[in-house]
Design a protein around this ligand. Structure first.
Ligand SMILES: Nc1nc2c(ncn2[C@@H]2O[C@H](COP(=O)(O)OP(=O)(O)OP(=O)(O)O)[C@@H](O)[C@H]2O)c(=O)[nH]1
Length: 368
């Protein structure tokens, strides 16, 4: 499958992996990274919260994983410049991989991300957009598609479906068949051409989502003639007045607008959590606030356990699972909440109430 060794000048295909918060992007990424598919993939990740949890959720693999700066890749200029810089560096040693995968944050519009590949003339010559793969959360997508609070703003859940080449209707285990069919027709009304694949835990035959080559830039502009212009008023070419081969100065703010009421708050704690108390407390919180709290994720230090614990919440679904040991890393917790009307201090107080008491902590330290 690695035909690219024989064709060093062939542009490197780039897949953009997108989908709303909690839809299953990291789950798919882990599936891709652990499957024997013959591609050597460089992964670029972008996340929304200030504290990086996502890189800890990606399984160890031989592939290289790069983080672009914190902030939304589709609308923060620095983040898009960061993406161009990473691409420039990656392309200097493109003999080491044959596919690039960009996982966007769950709130990103993939169009400006795709456009970033064409902003810099040197980068544009060396990559080809292979496809946009969109994960859709079968259980939670409906209210986001119809979100009344988005009246004056772009709806990223809709945009992500509209621009997709492949749609994975994920978490199909959580929804009855009749509802899946309704969802499929809703998705079909937004995107008539992308095949919709039902998945559980994002398990999909990778030949259906990688190597599509659907997106030569001609094909891209045929899909939506305003695709690039929408993302940015400028696409570089040989006639540009500015220098190429450096970070393009014209990565301007895109024309779309995010819902400013969606924000993220992050926390770190050295003292371990009482796992049962934390789980009860967050379940109580999500039972009441689960419409507004879209996403919770964390890597946690749990009292009396030398393994990391992974906290995953999507609206009212919450799970806390042990993962691999801390090894020589000092255990500590980091958590991110993403949603509307998040009250930082109230959340902090709730979390602090779930930490193991100082006495418990000291006793555990002495016993160790
Ligand atoms: N029941 C069920 N749970 C799933 C499925 N796919 C993923 N999940 C769970 O959904 C949660 C979120 O999955 P992630 O892969 O982290 O989602 P994401 O899109 O990367 O999340 P963000 O990066 O925060 O936007 C995790 O707890 C997964 O285990 C599925 O098909 N069925």
């Amino acid at each position: 499958m690695n035909q690219d060794h024989d064709h060093p000048h062939r542009p490197v295909p780039v897949t953009i992996l997108t989908g709303f918060l909690g839809a299953g992007k990291t789950t798919l990424l882990n599936h891709i990274l652990t499957e024997r598919h013959g591609h050597r993939i460089a992964v670029i990740e972008n996340e929304f919260g200030e504290v990086d949890v996502d890189s800890d959720l990606v399984l160890a693999s031989e592939e290289e994983i790069f983080q672009v700066a914190n902030g939304c890749i589709c609308c923060v200029v620095d983040v898009r410049n960061d993406l161009v810089e990473i691409l420039q560096k990656l392309l200097e040693r493109k003999d080491q991989f044959d596919h690039i995968l960009v996982e966007t944050s769950g709130l990103a519009d993939p169009s400006p991300v795709a456009a970033t590949f064409f902003m810099d003339n040197e980068v544009a010559k060396k990559v080809v957009l292979d496809g946009v793969v969109t994960l859709v959360d079968a259980l939670h997508v409906q209210p986001h598609l119809d979100d009344p609070a988005l009246e004056d703003y772009d709806n990223q859940a809709v945009t992500q479906i509209v621009v997709a080449d492949r749609i994975l209707l994920n978490k199909s285990d959580l929804v009855p068949a009749a509802q899946l069919e309704e969802l499929e027709s809703r998705i079909r009304s937004l995107n008539q051409s992308a095949p919709i694949l039902r998945t559980v835990q994002a398990q999909v035959d990778l030949s259906l989502i990688l190597g599509l080559q659907s997106f030569e830039s001609d094909a891209l502009s045929m899909t939506d003639p305003h695709f690039l212009e929408d993302a940015n008023d400028h696409v570089c070419d040989a006639n540009c007045s500015h220098a190429h081969g450096t970070v393009p100065p014209l990565v301007a703010a895109p024309s779309h607008s995010h819902d400013p009421s969606v924000a993220s708050v992050s926390f770190t704690f050295d003292r371990p959590f009482d796992a049962a108390r934390l789980q009860r407390s967050l379940q109580d919180l999500l039972a009441i606030r689960g419409d507004d709290i879209f996403r919770v994720k964390g890597i946690l230090h749990v009292q009396g356990d030398d393994r990391r614990h992974v906290l995953q919440g999507v609206h009212r679904i919450l799970e806390l699972k042990p993962s691999f040991p801390w090894w020589d890393e000092t255990p500590a917790s980091k958590l991110v909440f993403i949603g509307r009307h998040l009250q930082h201090e109230k959340l902090r107080a709730r979390l602090e109430a779930c930490l193991a008491s100082h006495t418990e902590f000291n006793e555990a330290l002495e016993a160790a």
